[in-house]
Design a protein around this ligand. Structure first.
Ligand code: CAA
Length: 292
């Protein structure tokens, strides 16, 4: 895949994002940062407030680094309508769901959206490892459903995987790729298999690092230092797992393993223990490392 040619063509103007957790808030931010009108939808006021704070914090960081003025920050946030009513997505031409990584929940959201948006609107799921095909069957129009998998942190990582099912219309793939390029992202297209391209390659490695730590073979700092300073990775594997969220990482590994991938993806037992104990990584303040 060659480097992306900047494309400023905008196929849509109004974008919906359902679920404003770590990924959804980052996705809403990147659309608003690029001038799109965004409808950000959460299930309740507490979820909305968390999403709003996430975006305020992330854009505040850009202000403190001199990348954004306070006025631009206010304009960016002003382009996002925060709501708990899914019906507010009705005029959106493209709606992304980024709700919890559970098939019935994602199917319910996509199914309800299918009844709200125009028939030619595109519905996208940010799933990391669930079947896009199964999610798409919740709507009467599965040909308009596509996987759009952003990476964490969404405002920073350039890659987005565009996942086609056997019925996704080619025009949908073209428009979504164009939309992503208008955000400065690099879209790559792949088929609908758990893990897609990047997570299939990445999670075997991350899981191996957890096993190494669990077996007390080396300290967390030394495992992470090996990959940062020996291989040039921006973060070590245990720090990256804390960024991804240990619950999310566990779900991804478990799904990939159950779908018949090799033993590399059988989640290391300590991962489940950490999740059960509430050690979820950065978002809970503690995972492999402790955060302020
Ligand atoms: N939200 C928004 N912006 C962020 C951010 C966040 N959470 N974290 C960092 N940034 C921005 C900073 O503001 C900074 O922006 P500018 O260059 O414009 O000033 C830039 O990113 C670099 O940040 P820092 O200097 O603070 O730190 P860094 O250089 O160490 O980079 C990092 C931090 C971007 C997280 C980098 O360490 C990195 O790329 N790590 C690897 C991340 C990775 O592998 N992600 C994929 C995970 S797998 C996944 O997401 C798939 C899945 O399904 C789970």
């Amino acid at each position: 895949m060659d480097a992306v040619t900047p494309d400023t063509t905008r196929p849509f103007e109004r974008i919906g994002v359902v679920g404003l957790g770590t990924m959804g808030a980052g996705i809403a931010e990147i659309f608003a940062r690029n001038g799109y009108e965004v409808v950000g939808i959460e299930i309740n006021d507490a979820g909305l407030e968390r999403g709003r704070q996430h975006i305020a914090h992330s854009t505040g960081r850009a202000v403190s680094r001199g990348k954004l003025t306070e006025e631009e920050q206010a304009e960016l946030i002003g382009r996002i309508t925060f709501t708990t009513d899914l019906q507010d997505a009705k005029d959106c031409q493209f709606v992304m769901e980024a709700v919890i990584e559970q098939l019935p929940v994602k199917q319910e959201v996509i199914g309800r959206l299918g009844a709200i948006v125009a028939p030619d609107a595109i519905l996208a799921t940010n799933t990391s490892s669930l079947s896009v095909t199964e999610i798409s069957t919740a709507t009467p129009n599965p040909g308009r459903v596509v996987g759009v998998h952003f990476f964490n942190p969404a405002p920073v990582q350039a890659l987005v995987e565009v996942v086609r099912t056997v019925v996704t219309e080619p025009e949908v793939l073209d428009k979504v790729s164009q939309l992503l390029r208008s955000l400065g992202k690099t879209p790559i297209v792949c088929g609908d298999k758990a893990g897609f391209i990047a997570n299939t390659l990445l999670f075997g490695y991350l899981n191996h690092a957890v096993s190494m730590y669990e077996g007390k073979y080396a300290s967390r700092e030394d495992i992470d230092a090996a990959m940062r300073f020996g291989c040039g990775y921006p973060m070590g594997p245990l720090a990256l797992l804390d960024l991804i969220g240990l619950d999310t990482a566990y779900e991804i590994l478990d799904t990939m393993y159950k779908q018949g991938r090799d033993r590399l993806h059988a989640p290391a037992p300590i991962l489940k223990q950490y999740v059960t104990a509430g050690l979820l990584g950065r978002k809970s303040g503690r995972g492999f490392y402790t955060y302020e």
